[in-house]
Design a protein. Structure first.
Length: 419
């Protein structure tokens, strides 16, 4: 199962295309079209949950009789089951259909600059294993995916599920991602079709995207952005990224590089950013910036609970500790988070003025500290934006937490497989 040559084909393993391809000519085209429709039904139920055939017909360009026929085939093939009947709107109570939990599985993976997080989801988008924290960080060495798969292999072996039912892997990672060529230009600039390389390692179809866009997709499908048309998702973590939903569609830009919000210069002659410029928002208001400033403060002898909490070890001082100290009333830690709120709020003012979104979601590690920087963030927005514009924008903190990455990545995989 775990050989690089054992690359699964979603259509053949999951939708029995090996038998459908025995037909030819016009018949083959008809069968392929039917398979595409089945994929759309499975995708719709995966994202929306159990539905009736009438509800599916409102979301899919198919008639109710056609959908009923496909639903019965999917039941026969072992993907769907009838869950009972819904409420009547005047006629017969409609049958409700849902996916069978063990009919297929997806793997969702988050890779950041310090570690990897792995979760396994069933067909009903339920996390059946994880999150597993793997000590493999993002790095410019393509062999890192072999290291990650070594850990994934152990997870799958312990699960004892039918490996043939794993239909795909979704991965979120930092960097400039171009999906047309499946490249990460930041970390692997010379590797085209990186997804095929990773798939060769894993033995499953693989799809990846930039971390901020994956988080935005997760919010759009399962979180605060559901049903919204114009939403920005600020991924405030080790870096600061931005995902955009414009007119109901996830926006990537010409090359997939939209959302590099963290590299907007905010401060003249400020801290050097890893991008090579000085004073970028990311260099002064990210998780990495907080950790750096906290250590510098302790080196300078600023009174704080941090050194005691870190057992006098500077290397143990990180943003988690700063947030914990702030909750204990440590004024230095609170001041660090307050400063982050000011700069993040000032950066967000540019987004509000230019895009006029209905909602801005703040996610990532910094969302955990919202109680400390929300007030200065809102104050900066009030100070620097036109109130007629900013008054129309709601600011919220993501409630998805650490699961946002893996659940979004897994959902991204089935979304790609369904196209």
């Amino acid at each position: 199962m775990f050989t690089g040559n054992n690359f699964h084909n979603f259509e053949s393993d999951i939708f029995l295309m090996d038998t459908l391809f025995k037909n030819s000519g016009q018949s083959q085209g008809v069968e392929l079209k039917k398979i595409g429709h089945k994929k759309q039904i499975i995708r719709s139920i995966y994202f929306k949950g159990p539905v009736s055939s009438a509800e599916l017909s409102r979301h899919l360009p198919l008639s109710t009789p056609k959908i009923n026929s496909l639903l019965q085939e999917l039941i026969t093939e072992g993907f769907l089951k009838e869950l009972g009947h819904g409420d009547s709107s005047g006629g017969r109570r409609p049958a409700i259909y849902g996916l069978i939990e063990e009919s297929f599985y997806l793997i969702g993976i988050t890779i950041n600059i310090h570690r990897t997080i792995v979760s396994v989801f069933n067909a009903c988008n339920q996390e059946i294993s994880g999150p597993h924290f793997v000590e493999v960080p993002m790095k410019k060495n393509i062999r890192m995916f072999d290291e990650i798969f070594d850990e994934v292999k152990v997870i799958l072996q312990n699960l004892k599920i039918d490996q043939e039912k794993i239909i795909g892997v979704g991965i979120e990672m930092p960097g400039l991602v171009n999906q047309e060529s499946w490249m990460n230009k930041t970390y692997f600039p010379d590797v085209r079709n990186l997804n095929e390389y990773i798939a060769g390692v894993f033995g499953f179809p693989v799809f990846f995207d930039n971390d901020a866009r994956i988080r935005t997709f997760a919010e759009q499908q399962f979180g605060l952005a559901q049903g919204r048309q114009n939403v920005l998702m600020v991924h405030a973590d080790w870096g600061i990224g931005l995902g955009l939903i414009l007119n109901g569609q996830l926006y990537s830009g010409k090359s997939g590089f939209s959302g590099e919000f963290g590299h907007i210069p905010m401060m003249e002659n400020g801290e050097l950013c890893h991008c090579g410029k000085r004073g970028c928002l990311e260099a002064i208001a990210s998780v990495a910036a907080i950790s750096r400033k906290a250590r510098h403060g302790m080196e300078g002898g600023i009174p704080s609970l941090l050194m005691k909490m870190a057992e006098n070890d500077l290397n143990k001082i990180d943003t988690n500790l700063v947030i914990h100290a702030a909750r204990q009333g440590d004024q230095f830690s609170i001041s660090l988070l307050t400063e982050v709120g000011h700069w993040l709020g000032k950066g967000i003012t540019y987004l509000i003025q230019v895009i006029n979104p209905e909602l801005i979601i703040i996610g990532g590690k910094l969302a955990e500290a919202g109680q400390f920087f929300e007030a200065p963030l809102r104050q900066a927005i009030t100070t620097y934006t036109n109130p007629d514009i900013s008054g129309e924008t709601e600011i919220s903190f993501s409630i998805m937490g650490v699961k946002a990455g893996p659940i979004g990545a897994a959902a991204f995989a089935i979304d790609q497989l369904s196209q």
